[in-house]
Design a protein around this ligand. Structure first.
Ligand code: FMN
Length: 390
């Protein structure tokens, strides 16, 4: 399965094309819309999220609510487009020129300066319309399709926030129903109510100072079978695909799998997950420091991905920059922006992890039809169980 997205932040719509999605999957559009709504939430989101209420419109690839194996294409309309029609005009129309503010003060930490130079623009607007993380709505939609398929194999994806600026949540959690409910109810997607409140306060403080914040989050896949990915080539090692997918989310600056970062300071005998066996469980581990992947392949444990998000580059007070035309020192441009989008980014993380896992499942068990993939999956599970009983 591969996908492409298109669309400007204030253009008519975001567009997505998914190629290679198996036929026969019952596609619940309401579920995808709920995923889109989850991405829009969270303390610290900017005014734009109050205007948009993202909904997907399917153009192709689905008939009578089932996927038919042809490319799925979809639109997510930008409600704000009506307010930007003149500025985003596709035809050559000079009537808006006077109204439009030409943006010349690039934001440090954004694509503004390099995009302006690279594509020979004369207005930073031409960069920021596509470099905006509005694009991640389309990715959450693709991820929604992937989640629906994974659910048929009993694979579920969760996420929660472990840090907002200076406030961190370090506890180990069990993904029980009650915990998941707490995460979904928290305005910052953190399962601990007290720490959630502290995180929210930190965001509001940052807002009052005209500043922004980053943080950390974890994404966890439960139920993936052992043997997805391979050690045989660098690009088959599942680590590389997952890390690339997370690093493609705007503002993500570091990714680790399992206890990745802390593994540097622990001895081998204290790090690696020892292997046990009993009749009831087959092979199993008591710990999961590897984060569910060894040798580039899933090992049957939960896949645990941690990601670090830098602070949002657009701030009300701005940052020092240089005007592209006059070359004089100035303050970076102001664009309506989030103060903190770590909770939203964790939902985008769920989407990209779902896509990578579905891809690996299709590689191992088949690509064309979901029942065929399920049959191959069931027979593989049976094979593994038999081996464990030998
Ligand atoms: C969900 C989400 C929302 C974001 N919202 C904003 C925003 O409102 N303003 C902003 O300047 N950056 C925002 N960002 C981050 C920028 O898109 C990102 O920093 C920028 O495109 C530069 O890319 P880089 O940080 O990966 O180098 C957001 C990122 C995500 C994942």
């Amino acid at each position: 399965m591969r996908y492409l997205t298109a669309g400007e932040s204030h253009g008519k719509a975001l567009v997505g094309i998914i190629d290679g999605y198996p036929s026969g999957v019952p596609v619940d559009i309401d579920f995808i819309n709920k995923e889109l709504a989850r991405r829009q939430k969270g303390t610290g989101r900017g005014g734009r999220m109050a205007i948009e209420s993202d909904e997907v419109e399917i153009i192709s690839g689905i008939r009578k609510s089932y996927s038919i194996g042809s490319p799925i294409s979809f639109l997510i309309h930008n409600k704000d487009w009506v307010n930007w029609k003149d500025i985003m005009n596709i035809s050559q129309d000079g009537s808006c020129e006077n109204k439009e503010k030409i943006l010349l003060n690039p934001r440090p930490g954004h694509a503004d300066l390099t995009g302006f130079l690279k594509y020979r623009f004369n207005n930073i607007r031409d960069v920021i319309e596509r470099s905006s993380a509005r694009e991640t709505a389309a990715r959450v939609c693709v991820g929604g399709f992937a989640k629906i398929a994974l659910n048929l194999f009993g694979i579920k994806i969760y996420s929660y926030v472990t840090r907002i600026g200076p406030v961190s949540f370090e506890d180990k959690i069990k993904l029980e129903k009650e915990t998941v409910k707490k995460i979904e109810e928290s305005a910052v997607r953190c399962p601990d109510e007290k720490i959630s409140n502290k995180m929210e306060k930190e965001i509001l403080k940052s807002k009052a100072h005209g500043d922004s914040l980053g943080g950390k989050f974890k994404v966890i896949a439960v139920g993936a079978p052992p043997g997805l990915g391979s050690y045989s080539q660098w690009d088959m090692r599942l680590y590389s695909r997952i890390a690339a997918a997370f690093m493609s989310i705007p503002a993500i600056k570091a990714v680790d799998i399992g206890n990745g970062f802390s593994s540097a300071s622990v001895s081998g005998r204290n790090f690696h997950d020892e292997i046990y066996y009993d009749e009831k469980n087959g092979f199993y581990r008591k710990t999961n420091r590897a984060g569910g992947i060894e040798g580039g392949m899933t090992n049957g444990g939960n896949i645990v991905v941690g990601a670090v998000m830098k602070p949002i580059p657009t701030t009300r007070k701005g940052l020092g920059t240089v005007n592209i035309q006059t070359k004089k020192a100035g303050v970076s441009l102001k664009e309506r922006a989030d103060i903190c989008a770590v909770p939203a980014a964790s939902v985008v993380g769920e989407a990209v992890l779902s896509i990578e896992i579905l891809n690996a499942m299709q590689e191992k068990f088949g690509k064309d039809n979901i029942d065929e993939i399920l049959e191959n999956y069931t027979s593989y599970k049976k094979y593994i169980k038999n081996i464990e009983k030998l």
